[in-house]
Design a protein around this ligand. Structure first.
Ligand code: SF4
Ligand code: SF4
Length: 389
């Protein structure tokens, strides 16, 4: 399916601007489904996900995995939505392991049980990452839109550890939970986590709609980073090998992130209905991306317009085009540039050299005032509203 239900401008050309050099895709992200029992208001899935229903079959996914390996991909992430919704997940894990991928399941833990953890272990799954909304049950369940989510996550995090997996936890932080960063870290220690990603919310998809409700103040962010650093020192001194990874939001930076390590350089995402994307947010852009039902991954990666257009530097506008930092950050994120300025060729507004940087300054200012509006939850009913445009 190529029709996306949001109205989009058609400002992009339809043939590649150049044939810049690129390597092989190393990471393949298989978004198995957009179905999910939770309703996180910061979900990065497309706002119009309810419009896409025809998921790839088991055999179609396995063909994608085979083609990905032939191209050189070595890591395979299973995500969604909630990938556990797919009844064939064990079969897909086994197929991926047989092909030689290092496999990673990214899950909310809802829908998991001890039998499934064992089944996935048997199938060869290497790594499970369980995501939490908060360290506090009430806040967690309020954000997840589910009264049972927190206890289930705790139980499954313990089960994952008990069955011999490295304990990898992910907390998306924002203004409603960032002040509890000490309690979040204490919970991770109690769960004997090996790696913890404390990732400040990035504003794409549903998170962009809820930005005013989610964005922390600079003071909140600085306090959280300071406390995380203090814990790092304290835990290391106590001989605890836990790794705390603190990801700051680019809205408080002066330069954008080197998005996806460069467009079409390392990452390849396949959506539930088979669209191939250079990053998981790119579906929002006003351009056609190829579908694995119609094209081989080889063609998609090497020859398609969607993957070639933003490779290299020729597509850039000023100030990026003549900037001596462009090899570091590639002009920032194309999706952020499009969301905020309406043109994906523009400099990412996060950059202080961007003529649109005032949008970021304004967002920082707005973060100082609590939002009056309630969250817009990520669910089918709200998605249908976006589908109507
Ligand atoms: S972010 Fe929340 S709603 Fe979105 S897929 Fe993950 S668990 Fe589901
Ligand atoms: S102007 Fe463009 S290339 Fe230069 S630092 Fe800013 S985003 Fe990066």
């Amino acid at each position: 399916m190529s029709g996306v239900c949001q109205g989009k401008p058609s400002s992009l050309p339809t043939s590649p601007s150049s044939s810049p050099t690129h390597g092989q895709p190393l990471w393949l992200l298989a978004e198995l489904t957009y179905k999910c029992p939770l309703q996180c208001p910061y979900c990065s899935n497309p706002k119009d996900f309810a419009d896409f229903s025809e998921e790839l079959t088991t055999q179609e996914w396995i063909k994608v995995f085979e083609e990905g390996r032939k191209l050189g991909a070595v890591q395979l992430g299973f995500s969604g939505g909630e990938p556990l919704v797919r009844q064939d997940l064990g079969e897909l894990i086994k197929a991926a392991r047989d092909l030689g991928y290092y496999t990673n399941l990214i899950t909310s833990g809802v829908g998991l049980n001890e039998h499934k953890v064992a089944e996935f272990r048997e199938a060869g799954l290497d790594h499970i990452q369980v995501s939490f909304q908060a360290s506090d049950e009430t806040v967690n369940n309020m954000l997840a839109g589910s009264k049972k989510a927190f206890q289930q996550k705790l139980k499954m995090a313990r089960e994952v550890k008990a069955q011999g997996y490295p304990m990898v936890l992910n907390f998306v932080t924002h203004r409603h939970n960032i002040d509890q960063i000490d309690r979040i870290i204490e919970l991770c220690v109690e769960l004997e986590a090996d790696y913890v990603e404390l990732a400040t919310c990035q504003y794409y998809g549903w998170a962009y709609e809820n930005r005013q409700q989610l964005m922390p103040t600079r003071a909140q962010l600085e306090r959280a980073e300071r406390i995380t650093n203090e814990y790092r020192v304290k835990l290391a001194a106590a001989g605890n090998p836990i790794k705390l990874i603190f990801v700051t939001p680019d809205y408080y930076e002066e330069r954008p992130k080197g998005c996806m390590n460069g467009w079409g350089q390392v990452f390849l995402t396949v959506t539930p209905d088979g669209q191939a994307l250079p990053c998981h947010s790119a579906r929002m852009l006003p351009m056609e991306f190829p579908n694995v039902r119609e094209h081989s991954l080889d063609h998609i990666w090497n020859d398609s317009f969607g993957f070639n257009h933003f490779r290299g530097y020729e597509w850039m506008k000023e100030p990026c085009l003549s900037c001596d930092e462009k090899e570091k950050d590639f002009g920032g994120c194309r999706c952020q540039a499009f969301m905020m300025t309406g043109d994906a060729h523009n400099t990412d507004p996060v950059c202080s050299k961007s003529p649109n940087h005032d949008m970021i300054l304004q967002a920082r200012e707005e973060a100082e005032t609590p939002a009056a509006e309630p969250f817009l939850y990520r669910n089918e009913r709200n998605s249908r509203v976006f589908c109507k445009g």
